[in-house]
Design a protein around this ligand. Structure first.
Ligand code: DCP
Ligand code: MG
Length: 366
């Protein structure tokens, strides 16, 4: 539905749990409460920080930082390994709470979802009241806090949920969107990463107001397809619907060899790295697959794929690696040199014994 075409404004809520993994650890282990907690690996490991409690963030510790760096910043922090089962359980529980209000739910990850409450199941009507009620239920029933953003589209709702963290509820109504967008720094725009933001800065595009000075065709010429999205979104238009049954069909990764080769040991070592990446992605989205596919691109850019399916689901890096090696052997590529290898896992849900999540979004979407 489009607010432009239908004339009806949508009511969109974005919910994001506060310091998610760390808050679950503090909830389940009272001795961690009020203390700097780092979830990831141990300080002397090669691991990275998944997240840190708000107490740990005061020392400058952030997601994706190495654990050793986090230790330097705060030697007294408590370092713990993630417990994905616990986070998945909470994720299910918050989804059940969302379903009391609407079935139009689009989860973005374990701790984050969009809800369309234009029509809500309880007949509450006010999206702000619904967001408050969801936050209360999460607090009372799960002992955790979430932040909510409320607006007329996904983009603004998502930015709003981040504005008053933790335990925030931010409403950006239609009359405030124009001014809000004009003030917004470009790096906050959805899809504008560090590289694009730096390029915009070099063009004196610092805020939404600067971005607005460019025509649609200028934006497309500079930034490709994304330019069209920027043009609309900076004017407060984001018609992307909340998609409740988006399903992840496959999860994969690929990499080009530093030089074309037919040396097994070089290919095996690349496959090992790719398997680890795929396993991490599967873990992040709590998926296991029954089909593994190996993609081989040769030096002449010709490409083949080889698949194998199982009656059970796999997700561990070692298993994926072992199967990828077998597929590579079976492909009998002989002396042909390879330039790229990729591994994909698929068939996640066709087993009644595996609970099927509402949806899952792995791709960057416009
Ligand atoms: N996560 C991760 N690696 C990252 C970022 C996040 O493993 N680089 C995990 C741990 C987080 C969870 O995903 O707890 C949710 O990510 P968020 O970005 O929502 O971060 P938090 O919920 O931890 O904190 P915030 O309060 O800022 O939302
Ligand atoms: Mg979060």
């Amino acid at each position: 539905m489009s607010e432009e075409n239908s004339g009806v404004l949508r009511k969109i809520i974005h919910i994001d749990m506060d310091a998610f993994y760390a808050s679950v650890e503090q909830r389940d282990f009272p001795e961690y409460r009020g203390k700097p907690i780092v979830v990831g690996g141990k300080p002397d490991s090669r691991g990275v920080v998944a997240t840190a409690s708000y107490e740990a963030r005061q020392y400058g510790i952030r997601s994706a930082m190495s654990c050793s760096k986090a230790y330097q910043l705060c030697p007294t922090a408590i370092f713990v390994y993630p417990r994905f089962d616990a986070y998945t359980n909470v994720s299910r529980a918050i989804r059940e709470i969302f379903h009391r209000y609407t079935d139009l739910i689009e989860p973005l990850s374990l701790d984050e979802a969009y809800l369309d409450v234009t029509e809500d199941k309880m007949g509450i009507g006010s999206a702000i009241d619904i967001a408050q009620s969801i936050k209360d239920a999460i607090k009372n029933e799960l002992n955790l806090t979430a932040s909510a953003g409320v607006s007329v589209n996904k983009f603004v709702a998502k930015i709003a949920s981040d504005m008053n963290k933790p335990d925030g509820l931010t409403f950006i109504g239609p009359s405030k969107i124009k001014a809000f967008m004009e003030k917004l720094p470009v790096e906050k725009f959805f899809g504008i990463g560090k590289v694009t933001a730096a390029r915009m800065k070099s063009m004196q595009i610092i805020t939404g107001a600067d971005l607005k000075k460019l025509s649609e065709s200028q934006l497309v010429a500079q930034f490709g397809k994304s330019g069209r999205f920027y043009y609309k979104v900076v004017r407060g238009i984001d018609e992307r619907p909340v998609q409740s049954n988006r399903e992840t069909k496959s999860v994969g990764a690929e990499d080009t060899l530093s030089e074309d080769t037919n040396d097994d040991s070089v290919m095996h070592s690349l496959l090992q790295q790719i398997s680890e990446t795929v396993a991490k992605r599967l873990e992040k989205y709590n998926l296991k697959g029954k089909t593994v596919t190996l993609k081989i691109k040769f030096e002449d850019f010709k490409q083949i794929t080889r698949s194998r399916s199982f009656s059970f689901s796999i997700h561990k890096a070692e298993t994926i690696y072992r199967e990828a090696i077998k597929l590579l052997d079976d492909a009998e590529i002989g002396f042909k040199k390879v330039r790229l290898l990729g591994i994909t896992l698929s068939r996640f849900y066709d087993d009644a014994s595996i609970e099927k999540p509402e949806s899952n979004q792995l791709e960057f979407e416009f």
